[in-house]
Design a protein around this ligand. Structure first.
Ligand SMILES: NC(=O)c1ccc[n+]([C@@H]2O[C@H](COP(=O)([O-])OP(=O)(O)OC[C@H]3O[C@@H](n4cnc5c(N)ncnc54)[C@H](O)[C@@H]3O)[C@@H](O)[C@H]2O)c1
Length: 251
């Protein structure tokens, strides 16, 4: 028995980094996977790697009509939706002093509105087929303090608070839909490589565990797989930090 056999999983931002790894791992563990992204070429390539159990849909997560179309296509193609991994997001650098209102609003629109819309339409679909699991990709930026990521931190904080609200709502409504957030620190993906001038992170740095702040996308995908599977059936409204103890201070 594979860990998510028979489940239909939708992963946003599946063309790159963590989302790509999530999609590949969920498929290896028996799921049928809908991969969505703005990047059509890389998204289609990831879906092709999986084969007939995958479907790629071009998707701007900030667009309500795109979400309606993505959910409708998922139901038409695979008949149900069991898991949503709200993963696509953008990173913007800037403290409170050097973030413009325009940049702030762009980040909240994608990282905030995009996740809200995903949860809203996924719940509508999942409650008709007996439940499901929503995994919202947040960040340690939602929990600690990152002066250089003001708008991004706020967007990830909103995701964490929304996740708790949704978890309680679905429990009170008896929907059997769980909703959890995942909070990575550094993950070696194009998002963080962009901060290092687009250079790959040197392997020596990645191998320096436990001083290391950078994990591999697979380290996050393993947590997503657990939350997607029924092994986590009693985990609901949780904030799972995946940061190798970076955020907790020693005493
Ligand atoms: N990499 C890290 O260190 C790190 C740490 C904490 C949290 N995260 C979170 O993990 C998630 C994945 O990050 P990643 O590092 O894999 O990033 P990434 O940049 O490698 O991948 C993000 C993907 O999202 C897509 N995307 C961006 N805007 C979109 C939109 N409006 N609609 C649809 N798709 C869109 C991009 O095309 C890209 O394929 C994000 O939510 C990020 O905030 C990453």
């Amino acid at each position: 028995m594979q860990r998510v056999e028979g489940k239909v999983c939708l992963v946003t931002g599946a063309a790159s980094g963590i989302g790509r790894e999530d999609a590949l791992l969920l498929a290896r563990e028996g799921a049928r996977v809908v991969l969505t992204d703005l990047n059509e070429e890389a998204g289609r390539a990831a879906a092709a790697e999986i084969g007939e159990n995958a479907l790629f849909i071009r998707h701007d997560i900030a667009s309500e009509s795109d979400w309606q179309q993505v959910i409708a296509t998922t139901l038409a193609h695979f008949g149900r939706l069991d898991v949503l991994v709200n993963n696509a997001a953008i990173l913007a650098t800037g403290s409170i002093e050097d973030t413009s209102l325009e940049l702030w609003q762009r980040v909240q629109r994608i990282n905030g509105d995009g996740y809200f819309l995903g949860c809203k339409y996924a719940i509508e679909a999942m409650k008709k087929t007996g439940g499901g699991s929503i995994v919202n990709m947040s960040s340690v930026a939602a929990l600690g303090a990152m002066p250089m990521f003001c708008a991004y931190s706020a967007s990830k904080g909103a995701v964490a608070a929304m996740t708790r609200s949704i978890a309680r709502h679905c429990k009170e409504q008896g929907y059997r839909i769980r909703c959890n957030s995942v909070h990575p620190d550094g993950v070696n993906t194009p998002m963080t490589q962009a901060l290092a001038g687009g250079q790959p992170i040197p392997q020596e740095l990645l191998d320096q565990d436990p001083m290391n702040r950078m994990c591999a996308p697979r380290d996050i995908a393993n947590v997503v797989l657990f939350l997607a599977s029924d092994e986590s059936r009693f985990v609901n409204g949780a904030e799972l930090r995946v940061d190798n103890a970076q955020l907790i201070s020693g005493i």
